[in-house]
Ligand binder design. Structure first.
Ligand code: DHB
Ligand code: MG
Length: 221
């Protein structure tokens, strides 16, 4: 382990006590060969505390994977919350549903299995109530598209967070041909163009390498 990873592990040991349903979710993901690209425990707890302090109750997550971050959101939002999480892969959704079923938040979480764009269209068409917090953590090439839907599903005060917006610093590479990097570059550019969002991005370093997330708050719609 390098120094940054050691510090992350030490801080997580000190401050992040994970309940069994979170630990078991990670184990179930590993046992079923889900790639270990979920948020770290400290990032998960950060998202959970942010959810709690912002009193966010309706959460939309784009990209469920095995549901680990979903469970941290649920913990922060509480038993009177509604969490909708979008996943393309049936196999991931199956494991995620198992993890939700084994948690106290089973009845708070709904997975929509489809291409995220189709699920987002459906949510917009059905005039679903706006969300308090939206987490973008799916195929990064589509981040600009997901942002447009996220805004349609927002209200004044909605928090929009995008994961993995640093990618080991690759976002500075203006000649990158990686569609994920290009998607994030366009996403950040779009944030500068939209007038009613106020945004910041934070670089993170730890057991998930060098990466980061952006946070945007929607002002008047
Ligand atoms: C990748 C995706 C993620 O959401 C993440 O947190 C880390 C890596 C990836 O696609 O490589
Ligand atoms: Mg991610």
């Amino acid at each position: 382990m390098n120094k940054f990873e050691m510090v992350d592990v030490a801080l997580t040991d000190m401050l992040v006590e994970q309940e069994d349903f979170l630990i078991n979710a990670l184990k179930n993901c590993a046992d079923n060969d889900i790639p270990a690209i979920e948020v770290s425990p400290s990032q998960g707890k950060f998202l959970s505390l942010l959810t709690k302090t912002s009193r966010s109750k309706r959460i939309l997550e784009i990209g469920t994977l095995g549901g680990y971050s979903t469970l941290w959101f649920a913990k922060g939002a509480g038993f009177d919350s509604e969490i909708v999480t979008l996943e393309l892969e049936e196999e991931n959704a199956k494991i995620a549903q198992q993890n939700f079923d084994q948690s106290p938040y089973k009845s708070n979480i709904t997975i929509m299995v489809n291409e995220a764009e189709q699920s987002l269209k459906e949510l917009v068409l059905n005039q679903t109530r706006s969300f308090d917090l939206i987490f973008l953590d799916a195929d990064k090439n589509n981040n600009p598209l997901y942002l447009e839907y996220a805004l349609q599903l927002s209200k004044e005060g909605t928090i929009i967070i995008a994961d993995n917006i640093i990618r080991d610093g690759e976002i500075l590479n203006t000649t990158s041909e990686d569609e994920r990097v290009i998607g994030i570059q366009k996403y950040l550019e779009r944030l500068t163009e939209i007038e009613n969002v106020d945004s910041v991005a934070v670089e993170t370093i730890g057991i998930k390498g060098i990466d980061g997330f952006s946070m945007s708050v929607v002002n008047k719609m």
